[in-house]
Design a protein. Structure first.
Length: 232
């Protein structure tokens, strides 16, 4: 395509399995049609995955789609099945003009707090795009400070703007893969199943085992586990 795509994936989440880049997933009929006006060429969509979990990183993605190569089925990653997300991930990687995936580790989340860590991850994702974005559309209600281009925040943008939906899918798939890897590194917590979210299973494991290095120590349930004095 004449453009160099960039990515930053801490922990090296596995790249897509073998796939046919000529076809989009066929089971996407329930995905809503985007309602936001089509963005100008060079516009990046930006979204994150993992604000709520008690463990693991926050993952942020920025994507500039190619208007000449539309991808069917893009949308809010939370409304897609795992199979749909996995099928769309390689298409986005292959067909996008540029994409960037930024990993914000648990230690940085604890140092900055989750809100500031999210904004910083978004800033880094947009700044790392090559070619650079001319404009950015951010999922949510806040534009991160320090972006290298003009930007607009769009509430529910992952369901309304294809580029934001694409970023949502990249972030979600990359984070899920990282959590599977953390499950191997820290067995016993069930990270591969609940992806670090505060499910009853995770909370029970946290009570029984205490936090591991992947846990976010600034989050209340982890703080409570540490305050009992049983764990470092």
């Amino acid at each position: 395509m004449g453009h160099r795509k960039t990515r930053a994936m801490a922990g090296n989440p596995p790249l897509p399995r073998d796939h046919d880049t000529r076809r989009a997933p066929q089971d996407t009929a329930t995905i809503p049609t985007p309602t936001h006006p089509a963005p100008a060429p060079g516009t990046a969509g930006v979204d994150e995955a993992g604000r709520g979990p008690l463990a693991g990183p926050l993952v942020v993605a920025a994507v500039i789609l190619d208007p000449q190569r539309p991808i069917d089925g893009l949308g809010d990653s939370k409304r897609l099945s795992e199979a749909q997300r996995e099928a769309l991930f390689p298409l986005i990687v292959e067909w996008a003009v540029a994409y960037r995936i930024e990993i914000v580790a648990a230690e940085e989340i604890d140092r900055l707090n989750i809100f500031r860590a999210t904004l910083e991850g978004m800033r880094r994702a947009v700044a790392g795009l090559s070619p650079a974005a001319a404009h950015a559309l951010i999922d949510g209600n806040r534009v991160p400070p320090g972006l290298p281009c003009p930007a607009e925040a769009i509430v529910g943008g992952d369901a309304r703007v294809p580029a934001i939906g694409a970023a949502s899918i990249l972030a979600k798939v990359a984070r899920d893969r990282l959590m599977v890897a953390l499950d191997d590194e820290y067995p016993g917590y069930g990270f591969a199943r609940h992806k670090g979210y505060p499910t009853p299973e995770h909370l029970a494991c946290l009570d029984a085992l205490g936090p591991c290095p992947a846990h976010r120590r600034s989050f209340a349930p982890v703080k409570r586990a540490m305050a009992r004095g049983l764990f470092d």
